[in-house]
Design a protein around this ligand. Structure first.
Ligand code: NAD
Length: 313
């Protein structure tokens, strides 16, 4: 029988690519329910899905920020039977803390944290009853390592990691699997959306030095890092497929081996000082963050660290 896969946030980026990859599986092992907040944004998915649409792929409206929408969508699934739930919907938030309202911060948590919690709360009881299922959560490297000026986004990903670590223990008792995918930068609309937001940001409340560090030091470095280290959404989709198809899927799945040293550094020094000072030096004591970061990461990425990542082959 086909495995039913429900994915959130499929109008663009990683979610769209996972939906298309699984729906086009040559052995037709999956039935994909690709969901998106606004079905008017289905064009790109419909084009990429081609003949899979109506066969191995169906579309549904789902806003992870709405209890009603989540309930309605899951109730419309035949027997509420979902084998694999992929929590992908998410939003970014960049900038000096002083210029971001608490209301705005809450919308990020409502999507990235409560959105995923809402989905799991609705789908998990049926998985527990069946003693089967796999929950995938699209986290980020920033779910394990904070990054300057991404304070609230990183916090929302840390929050979801804490939630998943806690849930995974109980779920194991019910034979329900839980896996985090932790990409580094990925070339999607995500980055462009944040840059658009930046262009409109007034930085009210933030002092001049902070605004300067953000605009003149952080933003260019971040763009360089995306350029040099970014992966494609297709690649993340293949990694996700590998996790789904693994007999004993891992809980943590970093997709980018260039980021394993950052995580290793964090666990190597329990005082936390190493990470904080390394990031400080990278940002403020060197001209270009990108060149130094590349050199450091490349020489630190030995084969044993590389094995810690998930890759399609
Ligand atoms: P994206 O902006 O292309 O995709 C995010 C999707 O989530 C969009 O389709 C958006 O419409 C949807 N979404 C937002 N709010 C929603 C809501 N309330 N209900 C339903 N859908 C909603 O960006 P992406 O890079 O494909 O992001 C997918 C996931 O990957 C996110 O969780 C993101 O945090 C994570 N991630 C992205 C990167 C990156 O660099 N792009 C890196 C690590 C992790």
């Amino acid at each position: 029988a086909q495995r039913v896969v429900l994915i959130t946030g499929c109008s663009s980026g990683i979610g769209l690519r996972i939906a298309v990859l699984l729906a086009k599986d040559e052995q037709r092992r999956y039935h994909v329910i690709a969901t998106m907040r606004n079905l008017q944004k289905k064009k790109e998915l419909v084009e990429a899905a081609g003949e899979a649409l109506g066969n191995t792929l169906t579309l549904q409206a789902l806003d992870v920020c709405s209890d009603d929408s989540v309930k309605q969508c899951i109730s419309s699934v035949k027997d509420r039977h979902i084998d694999i739930l992929i929590n992908n919907a998410g939003v970014g938030l960049l900038g000096p803390l002083e210029s971001i309202s608490v209301e705005r911060m809450k919308t990020v948590f409502d999507t990235n944290f409560f959105g995923t919690v809402r989905m799991i709360k609705e789908v998990m009881p049926d998985m527990k009853k069946r003693r089967a299922g796999h929950i995938i959560v699209m986290s980020s490297v920033m779910g394990m390592q904070g990054v300057v000026f991404n304070d609230i986004y990183a916090a929302s990903k840390f929050a979801i990691e804490g939630f998943c670590e806690s849930m995974a223990v109980q779920l194991l008792k019910f034979n329900v699997k839980m896996s985090l995918i932790e990409p580094g930068p990925v070339h999607t609309e995500f980055e462009a959306k944040m840059m658009d937001e930046l262009a409109e940001m007034e930085f009210s409340g933030a002092d001049q030095d902070t605004v300067r560090y953000f605009k003149d030091v952080y933003v260019p470095s971040s763009c360089d890092i995306f350029e040099a280290m970014g992966q494609t959404p297709e690649y993340i989709a293949k990694c996700t497929q590998k996790v789904i198809e693994s007999r004993s899927p891992r809980f943590r799945n970093l997709t980018n081996s260039l980021y394993t040293p950052i995580v290793a550094m964090k666990y190597a020094d329990e005082t936390g000082g190493l990470s904080v000072h390394a990031f400080y030096n990278l940002l403020f004591n060197f001209g270009s963050l990108m060149h130094v970061a590349m050199a450091v990461l490349k020489c630190l990425t030995c084969s044993c660290l590389r094995r810690r990542t998930v890759s399609p082959d």
